[in-house]
Design a protein around this ligand. Sequence first.
Ligand code: ATP
Ligand code: MG
Length: 368
Amino acid sequence: MHIYKVGGAVRDRLLGRPVSDIDWLVVGASVEEMLAKGYRPVGADFPVFLHPKTGEEYALARTERKSGRGYGGFTFHASPDVTLEEDLIRRDLTINAMAEDEAGTVYDPYNGQQDLDQRLLRHVSPAFAEDPLRVLRVARFAARYAPLGFRVADETLELMRLISASGELQALTAERSWKEIERALMEAQPQVFFQVLRVCGALPELLPELDNDTQGLAALEQAALHEEALHVRWACLLHTLPPASIKAVNQRLKAPRECQELALLTGECLAKAGQAPELPATAVLELLQKFDVYRRPQRFEDFLIACEMTALGEGKSGYPQADYLRGAAAAARAVDVKPLVQAGLTGQALGEALKSERLKALEAYKLG
Ligand code: ATP
Ligand code: MG
């Protein structure tokens, strides 16, 4: 049997980038041989094993054929007679279709190194069109390697257009789509992901709400430049949409709770926050209450950062409203509940007294 490093590990080493996880390919072995050597089987779909000591993934060489719609619609053939070249040709991009043996020799039957040099994301074979997820993967790699000057090859973009027009993207599950979107959002230039999807016609299929947007992408670009967290980036991306659309996108893609929540609150409250210094104390208090800033201070801070990123995305030099609102939140939170409790207040009466004390504190803050 022959064992090779494949995929991202080879690509990123040749690019001089850090290699995080290594995918291994085993050619010329059977399932029985792997089990006999102590590899532990994983994955119901493909013959993939975990190394008994390192826990890294080892996949048996396989060929694939499309047999129906969606991800389930694949049949694979894994056996000791599947060659290295046969396994590599089923991969998405030429730069992902290289292998390296123990001696460090690189096997590159589909000219991945040339495409690395030319900074091209190019599909390996027409079978690319058999898995619509690859449209998202290519867009994600474009976002990741944009700082290095990579772009999608014309003929690959053409295939991505055909896939998008075929309606096959609708067959992707929310889980698979979100996983790609989430990873794309955390790349160096996440806006490129959405730009590529737009250019190939995939955006109207996946995120029609964003098809005409430019401000969301500009805010997202800023959030990435400032290395903000996933949920902040998501909130930035969706900030121009009406709340009903934000809800719809969140639910359709099954975004995680934290992302859903911040995006919706940002969509609902961004305009108000922008006017904060001119608002009456009652309106500022309402905003703070909506965020439950007393128990969830970090969520309010994340919101202010998202607001800041949208302002930078609009070409403004800063967002002074953020510091104003931080001060307001601190003033409201400084109100002590103890004296009210000691005065015998409970239940609704306590709540109302607390609110009125906070309002007083905000009025004083406005004057000060
Ligand atoms: P990353 O740095 O994001 O892990 P990667 O290239 O290693 O990048 P993986 O998702 O770990 O990506 O997949 C490993 C390899 O498997 C890829 O390099 C590619 O060759 C192949 N691959 C993964 N998913 C697909 C797919 N949907 N279609 C075709 N080939 C794929
Ligand atoms: Mg990988």
